[in-house]
Design a protein around this ligand. Structure first.
Ligand code: SF4
Ligand code: SF4
Length: 388
């Protein structure tokens, strides 16, 4: 019988059985799949929909799929979406109101949509990002989520807390980081030891295509016991450890080794902000793809009769002019001030607010920036300027 800390080995049939068991148990399984020229996160009915034999080429402002000979399913790094698309969706209705026949108003609160998610293929950097969003949106786990369920902690995002509380997380450690990954320098990858129900390490070698499994929760142990798996042999365990250890040296980038909180605080008037502002389009892509960015705004809509109104919560971005609108206009009207706000919050004042960095080194903001602005390069430039 498996327990927390148990290990096992699944082959492709075992992985298929894992997805089948989750679906049969009423879970909405979400994992990587090839769609529209990218590896996106999508609902899966079977493990056959995983991107077997697909890898990616990443660079600043560039993303391309490429075929792989080895048939690996998880040999790709972060795609355009993160798990926040499911836990903290782009748009969510908060309440609606209808004019009653007697002229009064009937207000209905929208109950959070809470599918019972199983996330397959959560990278260690994204596990860290989920933990950060847990802190920001739900006050941490697990007690705070219970409070949110009871509805007695108004500062929590109830919808997020509901979805997160029921989510089953299957991590997949990284053995092939992309050219824009820098999780090692942020302390968030390529391996992981906590925060998952099951963790897989994919191996494709002379001993076949298989997944080394570690159990991280009682629910994970219970599920593993229902699957066709075999006992983990020492050779497979060692190959898994080696694959993750070798990934450390394959990181495409690194955040400069500097006290980021102090650097951001000392760089408020840096000349580099003018340089980056001349390139930045203030499109907000970096905030949309970032797995930790959490800002939202609310908007009201009515129908043409004026008898029905709704309030929606939707993602917002500090690159949006309206984001800092106060009284007669935006407080941060220039691209310089908006980029500076994003970076100083992410790497500096996030520590003051949430006791951690807001960056996990996934590299998405580098890949999906249309002009290829690279957060590690900007920090290096700020560091050089500060030292000068
Ligand atoms: S840094 Fe890049 S992605 Fe972010 S707002 Fe500027 S142009 Fe857009
Ligand atoms: S700031 Fe960029 S690299 Fe860091 S977590 Fe966000 S998207 Fe990933």
């Amino acid at each position: 019988m498996s327990t927390i800390g148990s290990t096992a080995v699944l082959d492709r049939t075992g992985l298929e059985a894992l997805v089948t068991a989750l679906v049969a148990g009423g879970r909405t399984v979400v994992g990587p799949a090839v769609r529209d020229g990218a590896i996106v996160l999508a609902e899966l009915d079977s493990a056959g929909q995983l991107p077997y034999g697909w890898g990616v080429e990443l660079e600043a402002g560039r993303y391309r799929l490429r075929r792989r000979e080895d048939g690996a399913a998880f040999a790709h790094s972060a795609g355009p979406q993160s798990w926040k698309n499911f836990l903290h969706p782009q748009r969510e209705k908060l309440w609606s109101a209808d004019r009653a026949p007697d002229g009064g108003l009937a207000v209905e609160q929208e109950l959070p949509v809470r599918p019972s998610y199983a996330f397959l293929g959560v990278r260690p950097c994204d596990l860290r990002a989920i933990a950060i969003q847990d802190r920001v949106l739900a006050g941490g786990l697990p007690q705070a989520l219970d409070s949110a369920r009871a509805g007695d902690t108004p500062s929590q995002d109830t919808g997020y807390a509901e979805r997160r509380k029921g989510a089953f997380l299957i991590a997949v450690e990284c053995s092939e980081p992309g050219a824009t990954c820098f999780c090692v320098s942020m302390g968030s990858g390529p391996g992981t030891d906590s925060g998952f129900d099951l963790a897989l390490t994919e191996l494709v070698d002379d001993d076949g295509h298989r997944f080394f499994v570690r159990v991280g929760s009682e629910e994970g142990a219970k599920l593993l016991d229902t699957l066709p798996c075999r006992t983990a042999d020492a050779a497979t365990a060692s190959a898994a450890r080696t694959a993750v250890a070798e990934a450390v040296d394959k990181m495409g980038r690194a955040m400069p080794p500097v006290d980021l909180h102090a650097l951001m605080g000392a760089s408020l008037e840096a000349e580099r902000w003018d340089d980056v502002a001349a390139r930045c389009l203030t499109c907000g892509n970096c905030t949309m793809v970032c797995p930790t960015c959490f800002c939202t705004t609310t908007e009201e809509v009515t129908d043409l009769t004026g008898d029905h109104a709704e309030r929606w919560q939707r993602w917002d971005s500090c690159f949006d002019l309206d984001f800092s609108h106060l009284h007669d206009g935006p407080v941060r009207s220039s691209p310089r001030s908006r980029y500076r706000q994003w970076l100083t919050h992410k790497l500096g004042t996030w520590h003051d607010q949430f006791d951690s960095s807001g960056c996990v080194g996934c590299g998405r903001c580098i890949v999906w920036c249309p002009v290829g602005i690279d957060i590690t390069e900007e920090v290096a430039a700020l560091k050089t300027e500060a030292e000068r």
